[in-house]
Structure formats: structure tokens, C-alpha cells
Ligand binder design. Structure first.
Ligand SMILES: [Zn+2]
Length: 222
């Protein structure tokens, strides 16, 4: 496959993942952004600013250089959060996709400073989350400070809560990053509801270790 063919396929997959996340209620309006690394290059394909995932088409996505953040293809403005997408690709050479969304329950828990612990069986779909979900330090959206805080918190974790704002996840592929994001939000909702009736109890540690091992063996980003 030529780089052009790989890029065309990634654009289709990004648009599809975006539509699914919209249907699942993970994003609303024009909020949130996603990107995918183009294998064998130092570039990624990222969502343009101002588009809803419901209306995004493959042609709308923009190709950006991971080091310089220069726009290489596309006429739209790249996502305001391009800085942390490119920094995450530099920090995680194995990452193929980045998802950033603003889902309700994750934001609620981040505001009260509650870490999200996977407690239900949805963790089996996203076993790398058994390593834990990071909590980044607050900074305003779209800033270099936010990018630095987030990337620092995700040194050894594939997901992070961003207080008062949302969540970011990575994966070996864009599809894997999107599943991680859905499972973070499902876990946050479960935890919120558990807290209404009692004290949340995390899954047993041996099971969490086993899940991380399973994630490694099955080739997930972990
Ligand atoms: Zn955001």
C-alpha cells in the first residue's frame, strides 16, 4: 500500500469512529477531537476545528507534521488541541490513535477530584485501563500548559481525566483509543451511580494485573 492509500483508509476509519462516538453520546456539537498516526511517516491526520463528528467526512481531516505541527494537507484549521495529540505521538511511539472527548460522568468525577477506577466487566473490552486512569493537572483548553500536563500524566497510562474538561485516550489504533474512551466513560458512570448507594470497591488487584498481562499478550497499547 502506498502512503496515499494508507492515508485514504485512515480518513475513512477516522470519520467512522467519529460518527460512532457521536451516536454513543461521547461527544456533542463540535466538541472533541481525534487523530491517527500515518504509519511509516512523521505525520498524523487530525480533525479540523469547528466540525461536529456527525457531519465529518474523510476529506475534512487535516494532515499535520508531528514535530513541527505544520499543516501539510487540508485547508481547514486543525483542532485547537493539536499540541497534545502531537506530543502524545512523540511520547508513545506505539500509539496509532488519540481520542479526546467531553463526556458527562468523567467530567463530574474529575471536578470533585475522584479518580475513576474500572469496576465493571466493561474493563475486559479495554484491558490496558487496568493499569489505571491518570488525572492530569488543570490548565485551560488549547494551551501548551494543558498539553504538557496531560502528556506528563500519561507517561505510563493510556487514559487520563482532565479536570473540568474531559478525557483523553490513546491506543495502538484509532479504534482501540475510541474503545478506551467509551470504557472510561462507562466506568465513570458506573462509579457515579455506585457512589449514590455506597462506597465504590475496586476490582481485586490480581485480576487487574492479569488484565494488563492479557492486554500485552493481545497486542494492545499498554
Ligand atoms: Zn476539549
Amino acid at each position: 500500500m502506498s502512503t496515499e492509500e494508507i492515508e485514504a483508509e485512515l480518513r475513512e476509519r477516522l470519520a467512522k469512529v467519529g460518527r460512532r462516538m457521536f451516536q454513543e453520546g461521547l461527544t456533542h456539537g463540535a466538541s472533541g477531537n481525534i487523530s491517527a498516526r500515518v504509519p511509516g511517516t512523521n505525520t498524523c491526520i487530525i480533525k479540523p476545528s469547528g466540525y461536529s463528528f456527525a457531519e465529518l467526512e474523510p476529506k475534512h481531516f487535516i494532515v499535520v507534521d508531528i514535530s513541527s505541527r505544520q499543516v501539510l494537507k487540508g485547508t481547514e484549521k486543525p483542532s485547537i488541541e493539536t499540541p497534545f495529540h502531537t506530543k502524545l505521538y512523540r511520547q508513545w511511539p506505539g500509539a496509532g490513535g488519540v481520542v479526546h472527548v467531553h463526556p458527562r460522568y468523567s467530567i463530574i468525577l474529575s471536578i470533585v477530584g475522584k479518580e475513576v477506577y474500572p469496576m465493571g466487566i466493561e474493563i475486559f473490552e479495554a484491558p490496558a485501563l487496568a493499569k489505571g486512569i491518570a488525572m492530569s493537572k488543570f490548565a485551560a483548553p488549547g494551551t501548551e500548559e494543558l498539553a504538557d500536563n496531560l502528556v506528563e500524566s500519561m507517561k505510563d497510562k493510556v487514559a487520563a481525566l482532565m479536570p473540568h474538561h474531559g478525557i483523553t485516550t490513546i491506543g495502538k489504533t484509532i479504534e482501540e483509543a475510541a474503545v478506551n474512551a467509551r470504557v472510561v466513560e462507562q466506568s465513570a458512570q458506573l462509579q457515579y451511580e455506585v457512589m449514590l448507594v455506597g462506597e465504590p470497591r475496586p476490582l481485586p488487584e490480581p485480576l487487574l494485573y492479569e488484565l494488563v498481562e492479557r492486554a500485552r499478550k493481545r497486542g494492545f497499547l499498554v
